[in-house]
Ligand binder design. Structure first.
Ligand SMILES: Cc1cc2nc3c(=O)[nH]c(=O)nc-3n(C[C@H](O)[C@H](O)[C@H](O)COP(=O)(O)OP(=O)(O)OC[C@H]3O[C@@H](n4cnc5c(N)ncnc54)[C@H](O)[C@@H]3O)c2cc1C
Length: 385
């Protein structure tokens, strides 16, 4: 048991003065740029998309913050980046156009891409000009990602791709997608023979079909590939190394503050409403929620510290995401149970925010890896499987 407990590395991490100094700058920018956005708009968290806003962030140097200057980055620390992210999320800023590219596509290219790919794509991402989508899941392969069937077969000068990706967020808006394809079928060894590719979603043979979500909005898509040619120089990393690379990418995807702050606008409204006449039960519940929030923040910061030191936070990221999404999903339930508040799009700020998040919250523990899959990773980290 001692060895298992020692497997989690959540070092206490305090933000350096440079990071805290940045916070005031970011808040002033958000005040000037967004003004007083209504709570229901802020509730959209990182799903709001506004390319102009992304460009303004790029001009401030707040995209690709940790990347080398020669690729358009700013060589700042992961903890400074953390401050920018949490302020954006707390304000519900429309960061969706660049979020995936900044969080995982850019770092993936930095780590596994060719020099030519880094020079071609990273500066555009850092300026806020290029948005990316994630092409991993397929209609029959979500949790069991290694079972994907979309084939990329070698042809002269590149690959011919056939298959279907599903639940692809923002594929209809993205400039590029980083997709996982099967380049070789290795019987009984599904984790082998997978490779990652940069794909232009406007390539001939690609059809992007909207999938409308529970809330009536279009952010998901089905992306069908029919004899799509992908040039050789768009492969990311070695052929067949896709599984290892995807694992690294998912660690970036799972550990950030967006994994516990999706309902922060609702928590704010709850505190505002409850503070008028907080009973003991409400005070105890709010105290518990805020204590959880502070703990999750510390854990997520510890992961940012690991990324800063170049360590692999796979296990810790899975824990942050599992605990973080439980926390996020509890907040709408608490609002409903303790205030008796009914979700309605025409009611008070609190009711509107609740109406929006009641429909969104179920997806929090699906996107980026489901609860069961994360718990499998945690169990493996504890030596239990
Ligand atoms: C909001 C949102 C955005 C998304 N965006 C993207 C995107 O941009 N790109 C992309 O590629 N994908 C995206 N996805 C897809 C997401 O990654 C998958 O939905 C997720 O991995 C689960 O896969 P699935 O939907 O096929 O469910 P399944 O894998 O079929 O799982 C169904 C249920 O069975 C459980 N289960 C499955 N296997 C096991 C097991 N071995 N042990 C125990 N329980 C198990 C799961 O935990 C889940 O509860 C998005 C999903 C959502 C909700």
């Amino acid at each position: 048991m001692t060895a298992a407990v020692a497997a989690f590395r959540f070092d206490l991490c305090t933000l350096p003065p440079a990071a805290e100094a940045l916070r005031a700058e970011v808040r002033a920018f958000l005040r000037d740029t967004l003004g007083d956005a209504p709570p229901v708009r802020r509730a959209r968290s990182w799903s709001g998309v506004d390319r102009e806003f992304s460009r303004k962030m790029g001009a401030r140097g707040w995209i690709g913050m940790t990347w080398p200057r020669r690729y358009g980055g700013h060589e700042r620390s992961a903890l400074e980046r953390y401050v920018v992210l949490e302020e954006m999320l707390a304000a519900g800023a429309p960061v969706g156009a660049h979020w995936v590219a900044d969080r995982q596509s850019g770092p993936l290219l930095l780590r596994f891409g060719t020099e030519a790919q880094r020079e071609r794509f990273l500066p555009g991402i850092a300026r806020g000009d290029l948005g990316f989508a994630i092409g991993m899941s397929e209609p029959d392969s979500g949790s069991d990602l290694a079972s994907i069937r979309t084939r990329a077969e070698r042809v002269t000068g590149g690959y011919r791709v056939n298959g279907t990706k599903g639940w692809t967020s923002n594929a209809h808006r993205a400039d590029y997608m980083i997709a996982l394809f099967r380049t070789r079928v290795v019987p009984e060894k599904k984790h082998e023979g997978l490779s990652q590719f940069l794909v232009d979603p406007r390539s001939p043979g690609i059809t992007i079909r909207p999938i409308i979500d529970l809330a009536g909005s279009h952010h998901f898509n089905e992306v069908v590939f029919e004899d799509v040619f992908v040039p050789e120089d768009m492969r990311v990393g070695e052929e067949g190394a896709g599984w290892k690379q995807v694992g690294a990418e998912l660690a970036f995807e799972r550990s950030g503050p967006e994994r516990y702050l999706s309902c922060v606008a609702l928590l704010g409204e709850l505190i505002r409403e409850a503070s008028k006449d907080p009973g003991e039960r409400m005070a105890v519940t709010l105290g518990r929620l805020v204590a959880h929030l502070a703990t999750l923040r510390q854990m997520s910061l510890a992961v940012a510290g690991m990324l800063e030191r170049g360590e692999n936070p796979n296990l810790e990221a899975a824990l942050v995401k599992d605990l973080g999404t439980n926390f996020e999903q509890e907040i709408p339930e608490v609002v409903h149970a303790l205030l008796g508040c009914e979700p309605t799009a025409e009611g008070s700020d609190l009711q509107q925010v609740l109406a929006y998040l009641v429909q969104k919250a179920p997806s929090f523990s699906l996107r980026g890896g489901t609860r069961e899959i994360l718990r499998g990773i945690i169990a493996r980290g504890l030596g239990l499987r």
